[in-house]
Ligand binder design. Structure first.
Ligand code: G3H
Ligand code: 13P
Ligand code: ZN
Length: 322
């Protein structure tokens, strides 16, 4: 199977009450870890590339790595997506360079401006066989060079989504319902504590999600900032020289609930970073004399694979849906 767009994946996911994982890729080990898990679990998957990933690894290297993954996993649908495209030119460059899907993120711009730039990208993408994700609302957290402090985010306004989708012709819509980018999604002040004193994040705004669904029934919704920041990774990092106090993510059971509704794409990047960092910190601590990158990248790749397999089965529900 060649690279696919997300159109069919999303239709089946919407109807089937599950979501497709969109995992950020930056190097070979990450591409391999994700696609080996998806291949073994017979799951569709989206590999997404940020502007920063493209600057780090180079467009051609990333496309060729993804093409290699497609060749190695011929039985599962794989889409190649631009994450947080910030201009028409960047989206065009990715579409011209083999991506099957792009996100134009003009969510920080005024509504009418967001519509205008999204529409421009949609026209180009559709004329070239690609699909477009757009965004309404603002997430907290860190994405590329943009930092939005926790508490300064703004939820998507349900009354805007139908007009936006209609006027832009976009294929999916990312909304803000309380997820957040990065490994520090909430401040302690935004959380409560359970009986063991552990921080409990504020729940996702399912009321906003449901209002959005009512406005655009049948339309695929996307959640960014959906890493759960597993505390076992954080613990390993902190026990092996790392310093990530108060790292906190989105509870997986809430993402599972969202996946059963109209959420068809769930973005995960930070959990990949945490999985690799935990394994590598522990490896270096336990093997101070080793210096062959294959020795520590191999378990790091395995950790990505295990984490993605867990998400596919326990959070996304996309296993067996290829
Ligand atoms: O939303 C942002 C993604 O986690 C990508 O992060 O821009 O550091 O590659 P990055
Ligand atoms: P996380 O930082 O929660 O992994 O979110 C990633 C993301 O939304 C990429 O667009
Ligand atoms: Zn994002």
């Amino acid at each position: 199977m060649a690279l696919v767009t997300t159109t069919e994946m999303f239709k089946k996911a919407y109807d089937g009450g599950y979501a497709i994982g969109a995992f950020n890729v930056n190097n070979m080990e990450i591409v391999q870890g994700i696609t080996e898990a998806a291949g073994e679990l017979n799951s569709p998957v989206i590999l997404q590339v940020s502007k920063g990933a493209r600057a780090y690894a180079n467009h051609t290297y990333l496309v060729k790595l993804v093409e290699a993954a497609v060749a190695e996993n011929p039985d599962i649908p794989i889409a190649l997506h631009l994450d947080h495209g910030d201009s028409f030119e960047l989206c065009k460059s990715c579409i011209d360079g083999g991506f099957t899907s792009v996100m134009i993120d003009a969510s920080s711009k005024p509504f009418e401006e967001n519509i205008a730039i999204t529409k421009q990208v949609v026209e180009y993408a559709h004329a070239h066989g690609a699909v477009v994700e757009a965004e309404l609302g603002t997430l907290a957290g860190v994405e590329d060079e943009v930092v939005v402090e926790a508490g300064q985010e703004s939820y998507t306004r349900p009354e805007e989504v139908a007009e936006f989708v209609d006027k832009t012709g976009c294929d999916s819509l990312a909304i803000a319902i309380g997820t957040s980018h990065g490994a520090y999604k909430f401040t302690a002040a935004q959380c409560t504590r359970n009986e063991k004193g552990i921080l409990v994040p504020p729940p996702l705004r399912f009321d906003v999600l449901k209002e959005c669904i009512d406005m655009i029934p049948g339309f695929p919704i996307v959640l960014h900032g959906s890493s759960s920041v597993p505390q076992d990774f954080v613990k390993i990092i902190n026990e092996n020289g790392g310093q990530m106090p108060d790292a906190i993510g989105i509870p997986e059971d809430q993402l599972r609930e969202a996946a059963k509704l109209a959420v068809c794409k769930i973005n995960i990047d930070s959990d990949i970073r945490l999985a690799m960092t935990a394994v590598m910190r522990q490896y270096f601590n336990e093997n101070p004399s080793h210096f062959d990158p294959r020795q520590y990248l191999k378990p790091a790749r395995q950790a990505v694979k295990d984490m993605v397999a867990h998400k596919i089965v326990n959070v996304l529900g996309s296993n067996g849906k290829a």
